[in-house]
Design a protein around this ligand. Structure first.
Ligand code: THU
Length: 163
């Protein structure tokens, strides 16, 4: 007998940054601001990320590219690795990501790549709190996902490697 199963993704949308609580407005603004610091001469796709930590700190990152393409890193991982380096084992409670390009207009909010989801998931799994994600572009709609786990169904978790 084959049983049909289903996974549902619940997420929220606001039409404008002003529809968010103050701390999330600040975080989205920080991510939007960080797109200006991207080093993205190859893609012209400028991404910014801002992570709110349990201790109130906001750690920021932007995408960093390289002529040897795979050597570059997405904004989300730049921010998450910086946060974990500077504040090891302090929970990351919210992450805002935004993108824009000087060369083309984005149609919809940026959404993190699989590798970034995997990295964020491990940090989330190691803390007691969910990491809320706020996805946007330079203006307009913001997509909100309550936890990283929702973004990566059937995920592989590194802690399973332990005996
Ligand atoms: N990029 C990010 O920084 N974050 C994302 O969520 C999507 C992609 C970067 C990687 C690369 O520098 C450029 O955007 C184009 O893929």
């Amino acid at each position: 007998m084959m049983k049909k199963q289903e996974i549902t993704l619940r997420y929220f949308e606001v039409e404008d940054i002003r529809d968010l609580p103050d701390d999330e407005q600040e975080l989205v603004k920080a991510a939007r601001e960080m797109t200006k610091k991207a080093y993205a001469p190859y893609s012209s796709f400028h991404v910014g990320a801002a992570i709110l930590l349990k201790n109130g700190e906001i750690v920021r990152g932007s995408n960093q590219e390289n002529g040897a393409y795979p050597s570059g890193l997405c904004a989300e991982r730049v921010a998450a690795f910086a946060a974990s380096s500077m504040f090891p084992r302090v929970a990351m409670t919210k992450i805002a990501v935004s993108a824009n390009s000087p060369e083309f207009r984005l149609e919809s909010p940026v959404s993190p790549c699989g590798a970034c989801r995997q990295v964020l998931l491990e940090y989330e799994a190691s803390q007691q709190l969910p990491m809320k994600m706020l996805l946007s572009k330079e203006d307009g709609k913001i997509i909100i996902v309550e936890k990283i786990r929702d973004m990566l169904p059937f995920s592989f978790i590194g802690s399973k490697l332990k005996k």
